[in-house]
Ligand binder design. Sequence first.
Ligand code: NAD
Length: 354
Amino acid sequence: MRTVTLIPGDGIGPEVSEATRKVIDATGIGLEWEIHQAGLPAIETHGNPLPDAVLESIRRNKVALKGPVTTPIGTGFRSINVALRRELDLFASVRPCVLYPGVPSHHEGIDLVVVRENTEDLYEGIEFEEGSKEMQKLRGHLKYMHGFDIAADAGVSIKPISVSATETIVRFAFDYALRRKRRRVTLGHKANIMKFSDGLWLETGLRMAEQYRAVGFEEMQVDELAMWLAHAPEELDVLVLPNLYGDIISDLCAGLVGGLGLAPGMNLGADYAVFEPTHGSAPDIAGQGKANPIAMILSAVLMLRHLERPSEANAVEQAVARVLAKGEVRPGDIARGEEPATTQQVADAIVDAL
Ligand code: NAD
């Protein structure tokens, strides 16, 4: 029997996790769930939002399914999600965006994948606070060494982009495209403005693309990419983006295919894989049975494919698609006038459709 780590998370996390477990168990796959708390419940029990036991469990099982966790503001804890990605070297965030029939959207036929670099860029946390001594020193240094003038009341965040991390993620995007017989990789950047970070990203990407002639390739300024996503998203296929643009564009893509409640995701590294919905802990609806569990259920579908259980994965995805196409049971975030279904009712309908 295969064991996977299950982190229910907080906010709506436990509700959508429970619904997901019910659906996956109903396939008869017989997964053993090793449940670990992270986030707010772990602060209460362990004084730490990411206890060592969580990391040990993922290292042992190699695979985790994770609900969203709140990043507490002003408590001194940095994002658990960022910490998890760093500890396990989950260098790629992959978010498939498929528009299922029956889901309200302004578009048709969307089937794209956002591949986001997960380890560097503005997420490295190299920051200088406005008014701090370090910021003063940095201003002085930049003025003296390079003649740059930074406003006295500015704060600064630094954006490192390396050749090595870019090679890793671009190679990953091309391999992903090849394995899944996708048409084209589009590399987004802003190289005309940030020559030494995005410029390096673009230059490295172009060099990598030379090695993958079997897959189509194009580079595109990220602002133009945003325009194309709003205008003709069905024309885009695999997008590869640095960390921050990837974050923004993947939420944009979630919006194109029905919203956060339908958007699954996975974080992959060489050794470990953590599957989680794109959405956060949604404190505004937590504990009310209103959360849409489909993003988490589709994240579990991605996990089943990773575990090489395609028949169970396909069965669950088709059951989700049938429920969405029928339109009789719709959670609040995609209900259009009809009585919204509860998290539990959505899970039950998917189990019935299996
Ligand atoms: P959010 O995704 O939690 O919520 C944004 C909006 O979408 C809210 O109105 C919410 O009700 C709605 N929503 C989200 N998921 C839904 C679902 N499954 N069904 C129905 N409606 C849903 O984003 P936020 O409010 O910016 O973040 C809340 C907390 O979650 C923050 O602490 C943030 O740091 C954290 N967060 C965690 C993760 C993660 O664990 N991977 C990801 C994003 C945000």
